[in-house]
Ligand binder design. Structure first.
Ligand code: AMP
Length: 145
């Protein structure tokens, strides 16, 4: 899918927002939802999405929604840091299939990194154990401030 196109509300994140698909939720306010990535590139890989949006990517988003979203990303990233004590954090965001985007509802990835631990490949890892994801989500949620 190119950068151009219309938002498809059948995408998996729209389904999570409507409660039609499960997610290991970390944090939610009026503007954003954070949940664990089911194909994590590292332990604690978390996604943050806008709740009221029909933007497929960063370029499509209303600046007011984007401002709330990036504040949510920072808040969740701080909680990931506090909960999991990584040595670093990668924060990524892909626009268009050729850039690596696979779900076309705007989102940011928060990926913890540890010295000596290789980063998994984007969208190519195995599915995480849901019980483990729930435990991680609770650990991170406990550190939201
Ligand atoms: P992107 O490739 O940047 O569009 O990122 C989409 C991300 O969503 C990938 O890292 C996938 O592993 C992740 N993902 C796909 N389906 C789900 C799902 N049902 N719940 C949580 N994460 C998902």
């Amino acid at each position: 899918m190119s950068l151009d196109g219309t938002y498809d509300d059948g995408n998996i994140f729209a389904k999570i927002l409507r409660g039609e698909m499960p997610a290991a939720k970390v944090f939610e306010d009026d503007h954003v939802l954070a949940f664990m990535d089911v194909f994590p590139q590292a332990r604690g890989h978390t996604l943050v999405i806008p709740k009221h949006s029909a933007a497929r990517n960063l370029l499509d988003e209303d600046p007011a929604v984007l401002a709330k979203l990036i504040l949510g990303v920072q808040r969740v990233a701080r909680a990931v840091r506090a909960a999991l004590k990584p040595d670093g954090l990668v924060i990524t965001q892909f626009n268009g299939a050729v850039a690596g985007q696979t779900v076309f509802h705007l989102h940011f990835h928060i990926i913890p990194r540890w010295d000596g631990v290789a980063l998994g490949r984007h969208a190519e890892g195995g599915m995480a154990d849901p019980v483990e994801l729930k435990a991680l989500a609770e650990q991170i949620a406990a550190k939201i401030s």
